[in-house]
Write a new protein. Sequence first.
Lengths: 225, 228
Amino acid sequence: MIALKQILAILRKDILLELRSKDIIVSMCVFAFIVVIVFNFTFDPTTQQIKISAPGILWVALLFSGNIGLSRSFAREQENSMMQGVLLCPVDRSLIYIAKVIGNVIFMTIVQLIILPVMVILLDLSIGHVLPQLLVVLFLGTLGFAGIGTLFSTISANTKSREVMLPILLFPVSVPVILSATKSTAYLLSGKDIGQSLSWIKLLVGFDVIFLVICFLLYEYVIEE
Amino acid sequence: MKNIKLTYLVLIVITYMLVLTGLYLAFIYAPPEKTMGDVQRIFYFHVPSAWVSFIAFFVVCLAGIIFLKTGKEQWDRLAASSAEIGVLFIVIVLITGPLWAKPVWNTYWTWDPRLTTSFVLFLIYAAYLMLRSYVSNKERGARFAAVFGIIGFVDVPIVYMSIRWWRTQHPTPVIGGGSGSGLAPEMLTTLMFCLLAFTFLYITLLVLRYQSEGVVKEFQALKHKLQN
């Protein structure tokens, strides 16, 4: 019970900060928009081709903007030695990890809910019939990515060039999550092969569990001062 | 000290003989492959390199776990030395692979699970080396590296599995690799010998690298002492 309260307290601090500054969500949204627009220019948006690429475009936009959000969220902790304050609290280190993951998932989900309708309009996608499944896949993919990303952004925030270091660490390791999230989205959007997407979703759940457990166990080693 | 130096010398001489014999076996003793011809001989360097990089990354993971548990600096040194050698050999794998694939498969690259996993492996451990050099606080950097080394190694089978799933969604053309069934006995002997020779090469490089890393540490400690 106390653990839950502590998680909520850290989460509340992060959300409050975001509500006052709004810099993470705004910068993520703008960046995700730009990625989608750039893809619209590089592929011919009128052809059937773009509908096949749509799941890829969606995930590239989400992951790249997620990367920005993750690095921002820990750069903020470095300003005014905020992390010191959190570490001074009598809170278990692993709870800090859980709170941070939840916070990052919330921010990334908000961005997704803004980007998805834009994608539907720009690319003329029909998602009505698979919307619940699609939201589940988006959530699972985000969870895995944020789970790994939270650990790595804690690491990269303490390196010399943190903006460069985070994607270099994050993307190769999260290949399984990226792959299964994109694949299940592709099968859902194609309208056929719902069964295929189900097996990819199961795989995605498995990857999420593995990564979250490992990162949870290792987090205390990267955060101690 | 003298004993240690002698051990190094013996190790280096043994490795030298093994590698030399390996070259003889690969280029002269082993028969040319029936369909691929002489180009198949790259197999005797390609597979052992992959094997060495795999052991090297395993050592990185293991040393990382022990370092996190004990906090002893020499385990971090071992992990760092092993990672460098691993990256070197995975680069050899990624260079010899396409060289072999072009005449045989008629393409430099396919997104086959093994190829893709090797590539991702290279990216992960290149990131590992970058991470090491980007952290100014040594003690903290060692912890970060250990954590990343563990996750990186756990990631390898997962990456392989996910990519195998991904590729089997599309039927891939049947490709005739060099390994597999029906390896001539001379070829098998050569391969086994080269695996042994490369393993010794890895151990020698690791020992020397570990040693020189220790000398650097000593030097820095002396410099620090002089400055104060």
